[in-house]
Design a protein around this ligand. Sequence first.
Ligand SMILES: [Zn+2]
Length: 329
Amino acid sequence: MPFQSEDLTRRSFLSAASLAGGSYLLGASTASAKAPQIRRNGPAFYRFGIGDIELTSIYDGNASRPLTEAYVRNVPLPEVQAAFASALRSTAITETPFSFLAANTGEMLVLIDTGSGGAYLPGVDNGAANLAAAGIDPLTVDMVVITHFHGDHTFGLTDAAGKPRFLNAEILVPEIEHRFLIGNDPLPDFKLAPLNLGASGARQRLTAYGNRVRPYRDGQELASGITALATPGHSPGHMSMRISSGEEQMLVLGDVITLPALFVAHPGWHMFLDQEPQLAEATRRKILDQAAAAGLLVAGTHFPFPALGRIVRGPAGFEYIPEPWRARA
Ligand SMILES: [Zn+2]
């Protein structure tokens, strides 16, 4: 008779239950209180390293929205649903995680984006608590680098009362967006944004930092081992960071790729929040090529937590491989 694992499991379970006998079962049935269900996960941060630089991925939360025709601009909904289905994800809602990063170079503590500060979308309000859980005091942050102005990246700059949370930090904003947010210059391509995306909120929060806000440019080394890389399209001034130390390097992508389940396999799909869709696509293809060719670790604000993975070239295009969790950084 062939081995029947299901049978064996059921039989061993039954015999284990009967062996446990009356006292165990009686104990269970007369217990005065059942263990309460908790329905919440623990503090969520993830420490890792690139050479001598210590990095911490900080989880901010997740938000759901109904999946509609509008989500991907240039592809019919059934194709998007098929892509979610093949990733075993819901075809009715999109669930988007949010995170940001801290980098300790040994000389400077740098935050790359700040999360939503609980002020952008319901359910995305864990950034401050998780930063504290990770042992990072906002007062010890020396520099905050903003990848782009959207609210889920900038609203964490201030607390609920609008006060700066990083009182000892300099705030660095991509040059193009600095001109728009601080200089009040018109952003030429802003008309392409279907939504406000938090521009006025970002301006308000940056203003709270007064003269500690300054622009940065493509190619500039912002702190030891942290270099800006222009990746425009998702927003007009969008920047990524190349982090390198010793032989190791990685890319912090911000929103070059939002949900890997859709936009790694389909870099030509235009997510509705990409403000300059053609440019966003060109940037995405270039970055995917580079990341796959070099086997680079990549971080993405909206990747499944801890928001780290690698890109490989598969037979049908690019594939996203999540980085495995490790206990030691
Ligand atoms: Zn974002």
